[in-house]
Write a protein that binds this ligand. Structure first.
Ligand code: UYC
Length: 232
């Protein structure tokens, strides 16, 4: 059976995100020729950070059992497809590994730890963040963490997703909590068992920020210049 690869390639460059996602997943079922298109897709030069569409291509290739594909991934993306830029020498390799394997609960815990590491020794011991520490986070590191979440969650999770929803509800916290399932009516969602640790969660559900000490920390996070500065 003949597959019209030129039509599929056109959908990859011109289709909506949904169509691109479907096309990539279709290509993954077409053997060597399809895998070749997926590999070329990932190798295209990019002006900005990878997107969740790139994440779909990467995950599709990872589930291939072709030795040629494994060798390609090992050679080009040994740690994953997101560049792990940090201004403070922080290593995001483990977070990338956990997100690639869709272990969103462990990723969430590690994200809080990494943010504390970013804030410094006092925050690491305290295990939570002052809003003043969040305000002075480097843009680069927040963008790295956020891109990791976006790319490996089909664009569903990440601080920038939470920010968009927060702006859309006029910065009304109660509306944000209910929209991202952090609160149900008057009841807070209980950590950890009542949260949804997979992609069936609503958009913006993860990563979590504990609200036990008020909204100033998440407010600083969602107002950070990282979300209005171009991504390298
Ligand atoms: N927890 O309820 N949370 C914890 C959330 C609240 C509480 C951790 C999120 C409300 C206590 C994470 C929500 C509340 C602890 C989250 C939520 C509350 C704890 C682990 C919905 C009571 C034990 C990391 C907004 C009414 C630890 C961490 C402690 C932990 C997340 C209680 C990720 C998104 C107001 C008692 N909750 N948290 O921060 O600090 O410890 O005592 O938000």
């Amino acid at each position: 059976q003949q597959t019209d690869f030129s039509a599929l390639c056109l959908q990859l460059t011109n289709g909506s995100e949904k169509v691109q996602q479907q096309t990539l997943q279709k290509l993954a079922t077409l053997g060597n020729d399809g895998e070749k298109v997926l590999m070329d897709f990932l190798l295209q030069p990019r002006l900005q950070s990878p997107t969740w569409i790139d994440g779909i291509a990467y995950q599709a290739l990872r589930s291939s059992d072709s030795p040629a594909v494994s060798a390609f991934l090992e050679a080009n993306f040994p740690l994953g497809i997101v560049p792990l830029n940090s201004e403070r020498g922080i290593d995001y390799t483990q977070l990338q590994q956990l997100l690639i394997s869709q272990d969103f609960q462990a990723s969430d815990k590690l994200t809080l730890r990494l943010l504390c590491e970013l804030a410094g020794e006092l925050a690491l011991q305290r295990k939570w963040l002052y809003f003043t520490e969040v305000e002075s986070f480097p843009i680069t590191d927040l963008q790295t963490i956020n891109t990791l979440w976006l790319v490996y969650s089909e664009g569903k999770f990440g601080f920038s997703v939470q920010r968009e929803i927060w702006l859309a509800v006029g910065k009304n916290w109660e509306k944000l909590w209910s929209q991202i399932d952090w609160k149900n009516g008057n009841n807070w969602t209980r950590y950890p068992n009542e949260f949804t640790w997979n992609l069936t969660a609503p958009k913006g559900h993860l990563p979590l920020s504990n609200q036990l000490r008020g909204v100033r920390t998440i407010s600083a996070l969602l107002s950070h210049p990282a979300w209005t500065t171009a991504n390298k």
